[in-house]
Design a binder for this molecule. Structure first.
Ligand SMILES: Cc1cc2nc3c(=O)[nH]c(=O)nc-3n(C[C@H](O)[C@H](O)[C@H](O)COP(=O)(O)OP(=O)(O)OC[C@H]3O[C@@H](n4cnc5c(N)ncnc54)[C@H](O)[C@@H]3O)c2cc1C
Length: 479
């Protein structure tokens, strides 16, 4: 593995696969290295929502859309924080990437596209996903990658981890890798593309880049930020880690394990109106539980101590309300109460407060106040409209829920050609990148632009392979 490659792609995930496919289609001699024993990266986890304006799918459905309108929505939702160059590029190129997927067999799930799902809605039905989420995207790209492997343009090396970048005279000339058996090698290449993903599975790097925001994540365990660290070691700029917004809200399966966050409770009023109240550790309500804006509720949770809250209810609500759990049956959830470190049960409200470690007097007052609002059909404090029944029928129940993440906010700073910039703003010769390695905030700011991580990773990978990367063979062909 010491030969000189035209392109070395580090990470065979969402961004790395299209980079290799398109560079291979142009005849490049590509080495695609992957730390895991399989390709796909975060596509195995991702919900797979993608936004694109002006797609063939939309045209077929008679949906009038334009990248300018997509930009306006993203600008509005991100409160102006979407990156003016990269965000615009991702949006302008989104339809081409989406059409590439559908032309190659990707099928949007029944009922899509939609205007909004789980996050702030767009004004047009423009976001779609496959029946198997991110895996549907992988299933579309994998045969195209296999075709390049079959042609001999791409060589895939699994269980091969990049450990550092090799630099000569200020330019990147290759990577050092370590195989699973511990053997190491130096590999040389004209271009190195880092597509190693984010850092939401690396508690130490998270604490450094996103300080003050506790890490509770649900993500690919290989999202360890190794590409970010390797680039930083040779002078790359890293930023955006402070632009964090948590998701609302997850349960820690093991409170001692920061990577054990799981979704699965339906806290979005668009899908289920709340019957419960949410209190912080001080025992006080802090948000209108049925506020229609996910962004509003996420920012409210972000500001709570420890980014944590308790979903407080009672046996009457448990038995009568629509199911609070999306992934587990009501009967399974029932047996968690009292047995699981995130589920609490007591005969009285004060007993519940004690078990949760919440301020007792405040929780009792919050419950009384809420019950009064139910009786009066008016929540004077938060303006909540969903007031189905009081919390007055023991046993009393609580679930500790936390702001969690599936993405990391910070990362490398690229220019419009996906070249990695150093701390002086200069491109590091021969070093490129794509995907979550730029940080989620690069495109979205401190908010969620649903569908603006996965497809931009595909798009930037496609553009790298298709046109941005050059190598000696390509230069000769162009001359
Ligand atoms: C639960 C969940 C839901 C999501 N839902 C959505 C959604 O609906 N819409 C959306 O837009 N985004 C969503 N995202 C985010 C989006 O899927 C990711 O940001 C995107 O897929 C990341 O692509 P990537 O190529 O940067 O990283 P990845 O796909 O993670 O690929 C990185 C690859 O690099 C490999 N690697 C890492 N380190 C090394 C190393 N040192 N050497 C070699 N290989 C290495 C990894 O094993 C991995 O295969 C979601 C994420 C999660 C976790």
């Amino acid at each position: 593995m010491t030969e000189d490659w035209d392109v070395i792609v580090v990470g065979a995930g969402t961004a790395g696969i299209p980079t290799a496919i398109f560079a291979g289609q142009r005849g490049a001699h590509v080495l695609l290295i992957e730390a895991d024993e399989r390709i796909g990266g975060t596509l195995h986890w991702s919900t797979g929502q993608m936004t694109a304006a002006g797609t063939k799918m939309q045209k077929k459905l008679g949906i009038d859309d334009h990248p300018d309108w997509h930009w306006d929505d993203c600008y509005r939702i991100s409160k102006g924080e979407i990156h003016p160059v990269l965000g615009r590029l991702a949006i302008d190129e989104a339809a081409t990437s989406f059409d590439w997927l559908t032309d190659n067999g990707f099928e949007p799930a029944v009922g899509t596209p939609v205007a909004g799902f789980g996050h702030e809605p767009h004004r047009v039905r423009r976001y779609a996903w496959g029946e198997n989420g991110g895996v549907s995207v992988l299933e579309t790209m994998e045969p195209l990658l296999d075709a390049q492997i079959g042609r001999g343009t791409v060589t895939l090396s699994l269980e091969t981890r990049m450990t550092r970048l090799i630099v000569e005279a200020g330019a990147v000339v290759g990577v050092e890798v370590e195989a699973r058996d511990g053997t190491t090698a130096e590999i040389l290449g004209q271009n190195v593309v880092l597509t190693t993903g984010g850092y939401a599975a690396n508690p130490e790097l998270w604490a450094e880049l996103t300080p003050g925001r506790p890490l509770r994540s649900y993500c690919n365990p290989y999202s360890r930020g190794e590409g970010i660290m390797a680039a930083r070691d040779i002078g790359a700029a890293v930023s955006g880690g402070d632009q964090f917004l948590c998701s609302f809200a997850g349960i820690m399966m093991d409170p001692a394990d920061p990577l054990s966050a799981r979704g699965g409770i339906i806290l979005n009023p668009a899908f289920r109106q709340p019957w419960e109240i949410y209190v912080n550790r001080a025992g006080k309500r802090f948000v209108r539980e049925d506020h229609p804006s996910v962004d509003h509720r996420e920012h409210a949770l972000l500001e709570q101590d420890g980014m944590e809250m308790f979903i407080v209810f009672d046996e009457g609500i448990r038995q009568n309300s629509p199911n609070l759990f999306s992934e587990i049956e009501r009967k399974h959830a029932a047996k968690f109460f009292g047995d699981h470190p995130s589920y609490f049960k007591a005969d009285t409200v004060s007993g519940l407060a004690e078990k949760c470690g919440i301020d007792t007097a405040n929780l009792e007052a919050s419950v009384i106040e809420y019950n009064d609002a139910v009786e009066a059909h008016t929540d004077k404090i938060f303006g909540r409209e969903s007031l189905p029944r009081p919390i007055d029928t023991g046993p009393y129940l609580a679930i500790r829920a936390v702001g969690f993440t599936v993405l990391s906010p910070g990362g490398l700073e690229p220019d419009a050609g996906m070249r990695v910039l150093d701390t002086s703003g200069n491109a590091i010769p021969n070093l490129y990148a794509s995907g979550e390695i730029f940080g989620k905030a690069r495109l979205s700011g401190a908010t969620f632009l649903s569908g603006m991580s996965l497809l931009p990773a595909v798009t930037f990978g496609r553009l790298l392979g298709q046109q941005l990367l050059t190598w000696e063979g390509a230069r000769a062909a162009a001359e």
